[in-house]
Design a binder for this molecule. Structure first.
Ligand code: ADP
Length: 338
């Protein structure tokens, strides 16, 4: 008999389109890891509602995210794709973990501090976001979590939460490791912050060639390069870093030399980048267009995914409740008789 594959878990918020930061930082790795691991990939709607959102748009956003993930290469035959709120054990375990998580740890999370700084009134859900994330991961006993660099701190906290719970209620949860791929962090088109759905500085993987060009055309470059004749510094130019992600070695060398010697202008450099991005994303876009014709298939992927995830999550919660003395109905009488 072959040994079962180790499990991984990762999630993505349905708060907007899948962008190239999500794709390069996380989803591309997920696609590559499907054979090596037993994979659970979750559309984390309960995380998305910690930011302002429109209830009427949520179902479509979830559907679109599922469709895009499949178009990007997740294969429902080889991995489990599901929606977080369809498996209520996520919320239940999150509450349990709230009772072993030090407040100070949550307050020092970088992502919390960044997001809180952008909001007038900070809600408890934003602070407790990493606790729900720990529940997401540990419900499945995942040993690894493939994420972008921005999530590494949350995975470290997940390890701490696992340790704290285990030390109180007995060894049960593994301490998962973050798997961060080659592309750790993609900057947004503003060239300032990480590319993020909640900031709106993104390029979506399904955008058309025209949409992509309109965004790249006005994106920030080396601010010191004011005129076409000024030599630029590719190391401080976000357009150049995107070339590194999407262009051939020859095109990267062309952009680097052309920029340093003022041999090419920013617009020329951007045009080539936009063409290369469109080309790289073409297969995803084409698969997505085909999937839009089969909405029932996408719905079925999520239905069967939730069923599979629920069967694992329910077992975990039964054991968690047992160890914590949280019994139900007949179990109470059994405990009394013991
Ligand atoms: P967003 O920040 O756009 O809302 P999510 O929080 O849904 O994205 O993150 C989904 C995955 O994409 C996570 O693994 C995260 O680390 C990764 N990710 C998000 N933004 C970036 C980025 N700019 N660069 C690299 N990885 C990213």
């Amino acid at each position: 008999m072959t040994a079962p594959k180790p499990r991984i878990f990762s999630g993505i918020q349905p708060s907007g389109e899948l962008h190239i930061g999500n794709y390069l930082g996380a989803v591309k790795q997920w696609v590559a890891l499907q054979d090596q691991y037993e994979c659970f990939f979750c559309i984390v709607d309960l995380h998305a509602i910690t930011q302002p959102f429109e209830p009427a748009e949520m179902p479509m956003q979830i559907f679109d995210m599922a469709l895009t993930l499949v178009a990007a290469g997740l294969d429902p035959e080889r991995c489990t794709i599901f929606v977080q709120s369809n498996v209520p054990e996520h919320s239940e375990l999150a509450w349990v973990f709230n009772t072993v998580t030090p407040l100070g740890e949550l307050e020092r999370m970088t992502q919390y501090k960044d997001k809180a700084a952008r909001q007038e009134s900070v809600l408890a859900g934003l602070l407790n976001y990493p606790v729900l994330q720990a529940a997401d991961i540990l419900l499945y006993h995942a040993v690894a979590v493939p994420v972008g660099e921005d999530q590494v701190q949350h995975v470290e906290l997940t390890r701490e939460i696992a340790r704290k719970w285990n030390s109180r209620f007995g060894e049960y949860f593994p301490e998962p490791q973050a798997i961060v791929g080659k592309v750790r962090r993609v900057l947004g088109l503003d060239g300032q912050a990480k590319m993020s759905k909640s900031i709106g500085n993104t390029i979506g993987v399904l955008e058309t060639a025209d949409e992509i060009w309109e965004k790249i055309r006005v994106a920030l470059t080396d601010p010191a390069r004011k005129r076409r004749s000024d030599p630029g510094n590719p190391n401080v130019c976000n357009i150049f870093s995107l070339h590194r992600h999407f262009s051939s070695e020859d095109d990267v060398a062309w952009a680097e030399q052309g920029c340093r010697s003022a041999g090419i202008g920013c617009i020329e450099c951007k045009r080539r980048l936009a063409e290369n991005i469109v080309e790289a994303l073409r297969p995803i876009r084409e698969r997505a267009l085909a999937l839009k014709e089969q909405p029932d298939y996408v719905v079925e992927v999520l239905r069967s995914g939730a069923e599979r995830a629920h069967s694992v999550a329910a077992q975990t919660m039964t054991e968690v409740r047992r160890r914590m003395g949280l019994r139900r109905g007949a179990e109470l009488a059994e405990a009394e008789a013991e």
